[in-house]
Design a protein around this ligand. Structure first.
Ligand code: ZN
Ligand code: ZN
Length: 292
């Protein structure tokens, strides 16, 4: 065998060995242990970019993710029969889809990210949310031809909470998705105050506590509408633009409990859009990381 072929093969083998060794020494992005990596699920591997952190989990963490694969409520995406959506007479959003159930593992990972600001958690969590988006897109493409998102809107936190925590968890997750999927991030909502800790409230109190909690920023909405019109149609003073399709917005949050937060955000958006551009049809959807 010629010498250059032998050295080429040696180099390839050494490269593969190097890859294996460095993979073996990369800690799991969630538990930080250098445990054996899981073989990523074929669906996750095909859906996510090659360098996605979710593909680098150890076996324990990968198998702990409580994926929602069967949807029992077509509105809120819950995997079990759903009394909340049946009770609701009208909703300002079309549907919500969540990536995972809110179980002990997800509660712990979200707490590390939200309350301790553990940056290492944001990417694997955003990958999980991305799976919810990929599944929702697949569902919508079957129903709506030429489906695309006009903007992703994170649920805002109050200024006090932002000061205390230093970041908005929904905004962090949303901006990673926007960058990956090429959808604009639009911060159209303002949170007027922060509600009490939801886990301490009754269902009734939870539904009441979001009343008037969100409002849409009129200037941001007006700018958004004019940009959307100039992009979507050839407007001229004599021929006002005729909407060809609805504006399609996607609200992003970390947890869906009763849906009252998403509903309050969607209601605030509808109110602002309807007052500024009553002829523009507006469709609002939501994705959340976890469904409790
Ligand atoms: Zn792990
Ligand atoms: Zn439901």
């Amino acid at each position: 065998m010629p010498l250059n072929l032998i050295t080429g093969s040696i180099r390839r083998i050494a490269g593969r060995l190097g890859d294996l060794l460095s993979e073996a020494h990369t800690p799991c992005p969630i538990c930080q242990l250098t445990a054996r990596k899981s073989a990523p699920d074929p669906f996750l591997r095909s859906a996510l970019p090659r360098d996605a952190k979710l593909l680098q989990l150890c076996r324990g963490c990968a198998s702990a993710i409580p994926w929602i694969t069967n949807i029992a409520c077509a509105v809120c995406g819950r995997p079990d029969p759903c009394p909340d959506c049946r009770r609701r007479s009208s909703a300002h959003f079309i549907l919500n889809r969540s990536a995972v159930r809110y179980d002990d593992a997800i509660r712990e990972w979200l707490a590390l990210f939200k309350y301790r600001g553990d940056e290492r958690l944001v990417r694997p969590l955003a990958d999980m949310l991305d799976i919810a988006l990929i599944r929702l897109d697949h569902e919508l493409r079957n129903r709506l031809p030429a489906h695309r998102w006009d903007a992703i809107i994170p649920v805002p936190v109050s200024p006090d909470r932002l000061m205390e925590r230093g970041f908005n968890q929904a905004e962090k997750l949303a901006s990673l998705l926007c960058a990956r999927r090429g959808v604009p991030l639009a911060e159209l909502l303002i949170r007027t105050r922060h509600s009490e800790k939801k886990s301490l409230q009754s269902r009734f109190a939870r539904l009441q506590s979001v009343d008037g909690l969100f409002t849409a920023d009129p200037e941001a909405v007006s700018l958004f509408i004019s940009e959307w019109l100039s992009r979507g149609t050839a407007a001229s003073p004599n021929h006002p633009p005729v909407p060809q399709r609805s504006i399609r917005l996607l609200i992003v949050d970390d947890i869906y409990t009763t849906g009252s937060t998403i509903e309050a955000c969607a209601a605030a958006l509808h109110e602002a859009f309807d007052s500024q551009a009553p002829r523009l049809p507006l469709d609002i959807y939501a994705i959340t990381l976890a469904r409790s």
